[in-house]
Design a protein around this ligand. Structure first.
Ligand code: ZN
Length: 433
């Protein structure tokens, strides 16, 4: 299971009130996927040849190896339908890039867009100039100007060739990238795969980011954004919003919610389901700060980045409220929120899907829709439990890593018996109250 962690606990409640009728996404995309894989492989090979010509010896072959592995992995993701092709999100991102091009001739021409079924508000840029934009940006950011700010930051990385520089540094065992090199050395077993995974995660921004590169991308990104006549302060607002994603206290799941959702006609609620595992060995005070929030740290050190940016560009100091979103952005955001559960289902994060469904239900949002999802997710949990591989889909309790609310949820889930899970699954799949 991908470590998505506890991402969606703190989405604000927008009154979303449309059902499954809306189809912003065209899923009949087999020919498009085939063409995408062909084009990606072609570009990747061109890139590998270029890199080999540019860097001789070990560095050249290391880079070639990395790009080849990355290509194989990326092809798998495309085949797995991890991306949405032909959607309104593409159209929106393309028009934002077109706007960013104004007064910015340094923006490369060969950009391509891919929208990922990923709820984390992130974007990243592949080496061949493909921009991957997570749907999470659309459900989390306030307006399209902020989406443009994130794209501008990524353009900064792209123009400065940050990923390539990191790879070269690693290959040359350059001390600039000490922590990565150290991690690689400490893992003796299957070292190549590990190196690849660490770098891949870094590309996807799941790993630790290099602060100097982030600040460089922020600065260049901001200049691009400003040149293109976007309202300057939205750049800062976008970064603040991403910071909120990591630090806002999660919406806590209340005991009443469990009682409301799981006291069923055929199966009364049992208090013992909420019993917690004993973690008295842990020094809770030490982890207090962590426990008070579901820290994702998907945007580490954002406070420092904001500080630095305001220092370089003093005009950003007087903060302003976010701009009001356009009607078209509002509809994209609504649709992205409706995709949150389908996205977790796609990535097989079944435990997390239940947790998030319960939060939507606690807020009274689209009851019928989220109850249906609860049924689907419980059916998967039942299957997994029956096959003894629930571990794959439901996190283990890790007091150091998880909020109290999420730990409570995991305790609840692990306390349920196979039969109890089946009853819940049947109830929410067949009946809707
Ligand atoms: Zn970045």
């Amino acid at each position: 299971m991908m470590k998505k962690l506890i991402s969606f606990l703190f989405l604000y409640c927008f009154a979303v009130s449309f059902g499954q009728i809306l189809k912003p996404i065209d899923t009949a995309d087999y020919p498009q996927r085939k063409e995408l894989i062909r084009a990606f492989n072609f570009n990747n090979e061109v890139f590998i040849r270029k890199v080999k010509a540019q860097y001789s010896g070990k560095t050249g072959s290391d880079l070639a190896k990395f790009y080849k592995e990355f290509g194989t992995d990326f092809e798998k993701q495309i085949s797995n339908k991890d991306f949405i092709l032909r959607s309104d999100y593409d159209v929106s991102v393309k028009s934002l890039i077109a706007r960013l091009r104004k007064n910015n001739p340094q923006i490369p021409q060969d950009l391509k867009i891919l929208i990922a079924k990923d709820n984390t508000p992130n974007a990243f840029c592949l080496l061949d100039g493909t921009f991957v934009i997570n749907m999470g940006l659309f459900s989390w950011l306030d307006n399209e100007e902020q989406i443009a700010a994130v794209i501008a930051h990524e353009l900064g990385h792209r123009i400065k060739q940050h990923t390539l520089k990191l790879l070269v540094a690693l290959s040359e065992n350059n001390q600039q990238d000490k922590s990565t090199v150290k991690t690689l050395k400490s893992v003796s077993e299957n070292a190549n795969e590990t190196a690849f995974n660490i770098l891949k995660n870094r590309m996807y921004k799941k790993g630790v980011e290099k602060r100097s590169q982030e600040i460089e991308a922020d600065s260049l990104g901001y200049v691009i954004f400003k040149n293109a006549d976007f309202k300057k302060t939205e750049f800062i607002n976008a970064l603040k919003r991403l910071q909120d994603f990591d630090t806002i206290s999660p919406r806590e799941l209340k005991v009443e919610t469990y009682k409301k959702m799981f006291n069923l006609p055929q199966q009364a609620f049992k208090d013992k389901w909420l019993k917690k595992e004993d973690f008295s060995l842990y020094n809770y005070n030490f982890y207090k700060e962590k426990l008070s929030k579901d820290s994702l740290a998907s945007h580490p050190e954002m406070a420092k980045r904001l500080e630095k940016l305001k220092k370089i560009f003093p005009e950003l100091n007087p903060g302003t409220e976010s701009l009001k979103p356009s009607e078209s952005y509002l509809s994209l955001r609504k649709a992205a929120r409706m995709e949150i559960l389908p996205n977790y289902y796609h990535s097989e994060d079944f435990g997390l899907g239940i947790y998030v469904s319960l939060q939507f239900l606690q807020d009274g949002e689209d009851e019928k829709y989220y109850k249906t999802w609860l049924g689907k997710y419980f059916a998967k949990i039942y299957e997994a439990r029956k096959n003894y591989n629930l571990n794959r889909y439901l996190d283990r309790i890790e007091p150091k890593e998880q909020s109290e609310s999420y730990q409570q949820f995991l305790n609840f889930m692990w306390n349920l018996s196979l039969e109890e899970i089946k009853n819940i699954s049947d109830f929410y799949q067949n009946k809707e109250s």
